[in-house]
Design a protein. Structure first.
Length: 256
């Protein structure tokens, strides 16, 4: 028998396979390949293929066979599928108001959902007990942001390419406070290992400015896609990468 897809957090197995199944369907559509054609390549029935793509999980060997039939590697299939679509994530006003009043819950949520840090590691890093950790998880469940499974374990929302988080009191707070803190920490002249700060004030034609802006957005989107793939599939140690990107046609100097 094959082994299940090696996903970083075992609590995400079922949900992440559904994402991969969506990626397979998207790739079939792009290649204009029918379920019947894929079934023929795999020596299976069309109904069998449909069953595989509607299941909650799949063996690693079967996924590899599907990828070979499609002529694509598993990581590339994943990257080219559903995660290539950027989305907007919005917190409700109730959720934002709670987080603004209890930022420790948002920090716990951020580590758990956006950075995919296991609960045990969060407990160790934040110096909270398992009992205190459960209180955080239960509240996040009540807010509809995660799901606590009856038999134990946590169901998290799937990793997504987030273009924007919308607006609201929480978003304005973290955008302002986190960006200022990061700049204060790294805005030192010179090069330092593991960080970089670039400060420029130049003049460009409007067309060059627009090209610069476009290139920044494309670079950032490519890195986010790679990050999602690595957080899902990579077994190598991951490091945090925090950055603030800003570009405007306003000058640093506004007067004398």
């Amino acid at each position: 028998m094959g082994t299940k897809v090696p996903i970083k957090d075992p609590n995400l197995e079922a949900m992440d396979y559904r994402v991969i199944a969506l990626a397979i369907k998207a790739h079939l559509k792009r290649k204009k390949m029918t379920y019947k054609a894929l079934a023929h390549k795999l020596g299976r029935s069309e109904s069998g293929i449909k069953k595989i793509l509607s299941a909650k999980d799949c063996t690693f060997n079967r996924l590899i066979s599907i990828c070979r039939a499609l002529g694509v590697s598993l990581p590339d299939l994943f990257q080219s599928g559903a995660h290539n679509e950027f989305t907007e994530v919005q917190f409700s006003l109730k959720q934002q108001q709670f987080f603004v009043a209890h930022m420790d819950y948002f920090h716990f949520f951020w580590k758990l959902v956006f950075e995919r840090v296991p609960v045990k590691e969060i407990e160790k890093s934040f110096k909270v007990s398992p009992k205190e950790s459960f209180h955080y998880l239960r509240k996040l469940d009540e807010l509809g942001l995660i799901r606590l499974n009856p038999g134990g374990g946590v169901r998290l929302p799937r990793l997504r390419n987030v273009r924007t988080f919308g607006d609201g009191p929480l978003i304005r707070k973290i955008y302002s406070e986190w960006s200022k803190r990061l700049i204060d920490e790294i805005s030192i002249p010179g090069d330092f290992e593991g960080q970089q700060f670039i400060f420029r004030g130049i003049r460009l034609t409007k067309s060059t400015f627009q090209e610069f802006l476009k290139n920044l957005k494309e670079l950032e989107s490519d890195i986010v896609k790679t990050s999602i793939r690595e957080m899902t599939f990579s077994r190598r140690e991951l490091v945090n990468a925090s950055w603030v990107s800003g570009l405007t046609q306003k000058s640093f100097v506004r007067g004398i």
